[in-house]
Design a protein around this ligand. Structure first.
Ligand code: BGC
Length: 499
């Protein structure tokens, strides 16, 4: 192969596609041989990614089995899902009152929020939030740098509290801290980071209590607040959704990463043997991103996993969540280009850059209804300097469709696995006549990608069948996790007796 660098044209046909980077220079290599056609690669891909009903049933069953194994004690439990006890035993009642803060660290953005809760009648009186995207270098920083970033964001936000928010004399402001990584909770307000996910590789946090890390950073910033609840984003979402709808039984996040939580009976959690719970229940964070059984994986998934910072881990997450769908498609397109001559003789080197194609890009392309797939052509040109014809654009769309269909369908199977596990243990609870079982879903992938959402919903319907489907409601909850975390801070407040 021979490499040449070309200036992005401004007056050729491709020039019409320029929208994002009109002065970029693209490097292309010239390929001389074709070993396999793009059509052949696409056919194999579709075959390997197919999610027929029997496969989805197998995935749902494997999810239930791995949940059960992970709740167990002793040999075999390590083969199951993490199934993390959250120490959330009671969901918000609606009586919560006062001023509470929430911090949310978990994916692309860091959020701070305050809410004035008014009890049963007034509910949420006022709310305000701030959001910043997490600088890339912070994901590879030291623990102290990361927590200082969080605490200084909090300090800045807290200094702008206006008259709509007020706190009783003598009380500290309390915080619900949403920390969306696998944490071994030791109580409702403490927990040790097991490992980072979603591309974070901050040094010095794994094995430490993340609330202690935050407290130390707050001290450095001279912030006098108290963390009253440490929650996963799924748990915040469940609490926030349940505040408005008592039929919510589970919550799922489908964003940069993925996870699900649900309400479990203490008696069904052997690893909490002897634990006295006030309600007989506890929310379990499944950490289903770690699931890997029965999944239809391809060479592209395996290669992406091998190149990741956590090889062998979070396989379900790497197959269905927003951080990875674009990257899988990029890997397929690269092979089609290098070995199959997609886009003619040139192999755009930009396509060799990991993560250059994001899941939002796939979404943009899939919304293109124009006859010549203009938006697809434009995006391919902007990102990779590729000049494409209609047939090549159609191929690209089919690759997107295949990977997104697999992701959405498998996410649906995971949800059914959870519902079936709950139903098996408490017959009639989920699918019983007249029941309404709500699964609250949040996260940018679910919210913004209509095709993904549709595949998820149709997979749930297909698996449950008409009768059971009548009882199950899949509901989108937007930004419920912040309010949920503050509600949990309220229900675990040190001043609770006075509420
Ligand atoms: C984390 C979970 C989190 C999920 C969604 C995963 O990578 O392990 O704790 O809930 O992402 O944010």
């Amino acid at each position: 192969m021979m490499s040449v660098t070309v200036a992005a044209p401004t007056s050729s046909a491709a020039g019409a596609y320029l929208s994002r980077s009109s002065r970029r220079r693209f490097t292309v290599a010239l390929r001389s041989d074709v070993s396999v056609t793009p059509t052949r690669i696409l056919t194999n891909l579709k075959h390997e990614c197919a999610t027929p009903l029997p496969l989805l049933q197998q995935v749902a069953k494997a999810m239930s089995d791995d949940m059960r194994a992970g709740l167990g004690l002793g040999p075999g439990s390590e083969l199951g899902l993490p199934m993390i006890p959250t120490y959330v035993e009671n969901l918000p009642t609606g009586n919560e009152k006062g001023l509470f803060y929430a911090l949310d660290l978990g994916g692309t953005n860091f959020r701070v929020l305050r809410v004035q809760l008014g009890g049963k009648d007034e509910r949420v009186i006022a709310t305000e939030f701030d959001q910043v995207s997490i600088p890339q270098d912070l994901m590879f920083a030291t623990s102290q740098e990361l927590f200082d970033f969080i605490a200084s964001g909090l300090a800045k936000f807290a200094s702008k509290e206006d008259g709509r928010f007020h706190i009783s004399k003598g009380r500290k402001r309390e915080i619900g801290f949403t920390f969306s990584f696998p944490v071994k909770q030791t109580s409702i307000d403490s927990g040790i980071l097991i490992k980072w996910t979603k591309g974070f590789a901050v040094s010095g946090t794994a094995g430490r209590d993340v609330v202690a890390c935050l407290n130390e950073a707050m001290e450095r910033q001279r912030i006098d607040m108290r963390v009253s609840a440490l929650v996963n984003d799924t748990v915040g979402t469940l609490a926030g959704a349940e505040y408005w709808d008592n039929d919510v039984v589970a919550a799922v996040i489908l964003g940069t990463g993925t996870n699900a939580c649900y309400v479990e009976q203490i008696s069904a959690i052997p690893k909490l043997q002897g634990y006295a719970s006030s309600s007989g229940k506890m929310i379990i964070s499944t950490e289903w991103g770690a699931f890997s059984n029965s999944l239809p994986l391809t060479e592209f998934d395996r290669e992406m996993d091998a190149a990741s910072i956590n090889p062998g881990e979070q396989i379900f997450e790497k197959t269905i969540s927003g951080m990875y769908l674009g990257e899988i498609v990029r890997r397929v397109l690269l092979k089609m280009t290098e070995e199959g001559g997609l886009f003619g003789k040139s192999v755009p080197q930009e396509l060799s850059t990991p993560f250059i194609l994001g899941t939002p890009d796939l979404c943009t392309m899939q919304q293109d209804c124009s006859g010549d797939l203009h938006a697809v052509g434009s995006l391919l040109y902007d990102i990779a300097g590729v000049e494409s014809n209609l047939s090549e654009r159609k191929t690209v769309l089919e690759v997107c469709e295949t990977i997104v269909k697999r992701g959405g369908s498998l996410a649906g199977a995971g949800i059914v696995g959870i519902l079936e596990k709950m139903e098996e243990d408490q017959r009639g609870l989920i699918f019983g006549n007249g029941n309404r079982s709500v699964v609250a879903i949040d996260g940018g992938l679910y919210e913004n990608y209509p095709q993904y959402r549709a595949y998820l919903q149709s997979s749930v319907k297909e698996l449950l069948g008409i009768e059971k489907s009548k009882n199950v409601v899949i509901e989108h909850t937007k930004d419920g996790s912040g309010i949920g975390a503050s509600l949990l801070a309220a229900s675990n407040s040190i001043y609770k007796q006075n509420l």
